[in-house]
Design a protein around this ligand. Structure first.
Ligand code: AMP
Length: 174
């Protein structure tokens, strides 16, 4: 077993002063660590008949696509506004200054499909709330929400009441 936490690099003051950025490039640079992440996610969701794995631009794609491959499930990208070429649904969320918008294709999956959502990190929960809105617009059934990392002290999980949330690596302080 790899000590996954030890493969994550803290970068101080990125992208701006006061933020400790959790850099996962050092985790995916270690093939054994990357495989362990996907295997752990897989163990939790195999047998749950997942139809589609929804993941979020851009670091979410790395983990979501690998897990979907293992499950034999569809890969559904949620992207920043203006990147998807066909008709989309969109959902906005608050940033520290202003808002941002995420989009998904309107025909990404069929109503009633069982969906797993995967992202790299849960901070305040704003991003994932917008993704949940998108999955609801498509009438997907959210089976579980997976994060590689959870910053527990930001209490993002409180925004996700009623949804099963699983995170592999937790930080209870900065
Ligand atoms: P939030 O909407 O606050 O939950 O932020 C989640 C998104 O922002 C994730 O998709 C992360 O990629 C990114 N993010 C937020 N805080 C950090 C951090 N400290 N280190 C790395 N990524 C972060």
């Amino acid at each position: 077993m790899v000590d996954l936490k030890s493969t994550i690099r803290d970068v101080q003051d990125f992208p701006k002063k006061g933020i400790v950025f959790k850099d996962i490039t050092t985790l995916i640079n270690d093939g054994e660590a990357f495989r362990e992440v996907i295997d752990e996610f897989y163990k939790r969701c195999k047998g749950k008949e997942i139809d589609a794995v929804v993941s979020i631009e851009s670091r979410g794609f790395i983990f979501g696509a690998a897990l979907a491959y293992k499950l034999g499930a569809a890969v559904i990208p949620v992207r920043k506004k203006g990147k998807l070429p066909h008709e989309t649904f969109n959902a906005s969320y608050e940033l520290e200054y202003g808002t941002d918008t995420l989009e998904v294709h309107r025909d990404a999956f069929k109503a009633g499909e069982k969906v797993l959502i995967v992202d790299d990190l849960l901070a305040t929960g704003g991003t994932i709330k917008a993704v949940i809105d998108l999955v609801k617009k498509l009438k997907g059934e959210i089976v579980e929400i997976f994060f590689l990392i959870e910053l527990e002290f930001l209490k993002g999980r409180d925004k996700l009441k009623g949804y099963p949330v699983f995170s592999l690596i937790k930080y209870d302080k900065e």
